[in-house]
Design a protein around this ligand. Structure first.
Ligand SMILES: Nc1ncnc2c1ncn2[C@@H]1O[C@H](COP(=O)(O)OP(=O)(O)O)[C@@H](O)[C@H]1O
Ligand SMILES: [Mg+2]
Length: 266
């Protein structure tokens, strides 16, 4: 099964766009996908125009069944939305024993229903980001072409390292890839940031995925509350995301818990 967190310690670096677009790419490939928003800003419901009756809080704290809390926004995608009460949920769970395992315990039993789980997180390293990493053990790190975003990507590695050591996580949380996004080759800064990502890649042994080009279709799709894939199936950003989806499937289907067979049959 494919499961990962989309994380960068900065905001506005394409996390939510990446999570939603890849979820839709997986759906296109026949993988039933659970898309989870853990950002209290509720970006996924905004970007997709969802008005959920239940949210992450109701599932984690209200003990309401997952299938009731998710919104079947696409035949192959269930979305678990987030709102300001996510912070309340974090407050409640913070005082619990084994709080870092909350997602593992909550979502683990539902894996039979899904072939892919994609989690979007807030930029800050909060409890739910730790929970999401402990659950998936895989982190995809998008980085936009500015130095803050590249620094945010580097911070991610430190955070993973700290959590791995603190909780002796085994198998450890690992970065499955660095993903350059909002890439415009005409800008001078782009080469500099791509170079620094290559350096980070070499130091950490993390692959760099196909860069996703800057594309106004992404912004327009968000305004129309549509997946990029449905708004403009021919857009160049989608062409790139499709390659990334294939790379992720190839990489994660060979990973420790997964077998390629399970994916093909999914
Ligand atoms: N490939 C792209 N081309 C153009 N704009 C993009 C692209 N990817 C993301 N954006 C825009 O950048 C902004 C931030 O993206 P978002 O996914 O919300 O980032 P984050 O979740 O990290 O805060 C949004 O307005 C989004 O539409
Ligand atoms: Mg976001």
């Amino acid at each position: 099964m494919i499961k990962f967190v989309v994380s960068n310690q900065r905001g506005g670096v394409g996390k939510t766009t990446t999570a939603t677009t890849l979820a839709r790419c997986f759906a296109e490939r026949g993988l039933k996908t659970l898309l989870i928003d853990t950002d209290s800003q509720g970006s996924i419901q905004q970007i997709l125009g969802i008005k959920p009756e239940y949210v992450l809080y109701d599932f984690l704290i209200g003990q309401i069944a997952l299938k009731t809390c998710v919104v079947p926004h696409h035949p192959m995608i269930d979305v678990l939305c987030s709102d300001r009460r996510t912070m309340e949920a974090e407050d409640v769970i913070t005082s619990r024993m084994g709080r870092e395992m909350t997602f593992e315990q909550a979502f683990g039993p539902h894996e039979g229903s899904y072939a892919a789980v994609v989690i979007d997180v807030a930029p800050s390293l909060n409890l739910f980001q730790t929970c999401a990493m402990m659950y998936t053990r895989n982190v995809l790190i998008p980085a936009a072409m500015d130095s803050l975003s590249a620094a945010g990507a580097a911070s991610n590695f430190q955070a993973m390292d700290t959590i791995n050591r603190m909780f002796k996580v085994d198998p450890p949380i690992k970065a499955i890839g660095l993903l350059p996004v909002i890439v415009d080759r005409r800008l001078q800064m782009t080469d500099l940031v791509l170079e620094s990502l290559e350096g980070l890649s070499a130091r950490t042994g993390t692959p760099v995925f196909t860069p996703v080009r800057t594309d106004t279709a992404v912004v327009k799709a968000g305004r129309q509350r549509q997946f990029l894939n449905d708004y403009d199936p021919k857009s160049k950003a989608l062409e790139d995301y499709n390659k990334v989806a294939d790379q992720l499937i190839a990489e994660l289907s060979g990973s420790r818990e997964n077998s390629a067979g399970a994916l093909i049959n999914a």
